[in-house]
Design a protein around this ligand. Structure first.
Ligand code: OOG
Ligand code: MG
Length: 260
């Protein structure tokens, strides 16, 4: 990459390396040190553009590191944003482990965007534009060796996004900001592996949705009607292996995926 501050030259090469790493399920070294966050988001956009050029469609947005448990597990303490494509949405119950490098699974709460949000509008807030919530699971799979990365590297790697499953939507009665706290559990083969609460997501997921609005303006994300938004895991992630993983959001529902 170029040494010029703010330059994104060479980003395409980083995007291609990360794209190949995902497609071949082979880990690569982290990006060279010194990349800015703006450059890292530019690489992420190029990476997604490669996938869109192959026919994938962006269907949502995800936040990462919105809970202390996740920040502590990965040693990163800044909120990050990534993109979800239709090719990574698992509709059926099973997913082949062979498509991943070293997958982990985490419980999520999904939010459905009811209308387009213009991030450049100072009054816009995703938290006021959501009409349904659902229990969800996210499979993360860093394309970097040993699942280790610094902040720009994980941003460029589309925040480790690899696959996601959304359970049944429940219509929101009013504003998401008044949503109650829900206890969240991650079960692996029927045993509770991690426990938390939606209150662990920046105090309340509405705060995460507000943060998404700010970051969408800063780093150029589109927020369009129908998108799925993952607010970030309330708990640490667990290894995803052959067997059954389940997210239980008490009072909302549960969703299951099977690694095969
Ligand atoms: C990055 C993705 C973080 C979350 O919910 O916090 C994330 C990683 O942990 O590899 O998706
Ligand atoms: Mg996540």
């Amino acid at each position: 990459m170029s040494d010029a501050p703010g330059a994104t030259a060479g980003g395409s090469e980083h995007a291609r390396v990360l794209d190949d790493a995902q497609r071949n399920a082979v880990a690569v070294p982290q990006l060279p040190a010194g990349m800015s966050l703006a450059q890292a988001y530019a690489v992420q956009h190029e990476l997604i553009a490669l996938r869109v050029a192959r026919g994938e469609r962006v269907v949502g947005t995800k936040l990462g590191f919105t809970s202390k448990a996740k920040m502590a597990q990965m040693g990163v303490s800044e909120i990050i944003v990534g993109q979800l494509t239709d090719a990574t949405r698992i509709e059926a119950g099973g997913v082949a482990l062979a498509r991943f490098i070293h997958p982990r699974i985490e419980p999520e709460v999904a939010f459905r965007l009811a209308r387009d949000v213009d991030p450049d509008d100072p009054d816009a807030d995703v938290a006021t534009a959501v009409d349904a919530i659902a229990p969800a699971l996210e499979i993360i799979d860093s394309r970097y060796r040993d699942f280790r990365f610094d902040l720009p590297s994980v941003v460029a790697d589309n925040t480790s996004a690899a696959a996601f499953v959304v359970g049944d939507w429940v219509g929101l009665d009013g504003d998401v900001r008044t949503m109650a706290d829900y206890d969240v559990e991650l079960l692996v083969d029927g045993t509770v592996a991690e426990r938390g609460s939606t209150a662990d997501i920046l105090g309340h997921p509405a705060a995460a949705l507000h943060e998404l609005t700010v970051m969408a303006a800063r780093y150029g994300f589109s927020l369009t009607a129908g998108q799925v938004i993952l607010a970030g895991a309330a708990t640490a992630a667990a290894p995803f292996a052959a067997g059954r993983a389940e997210a239980r959001v008490h009072g909302l529902g549960s969703v299951t995926v099977r690694g095969i």
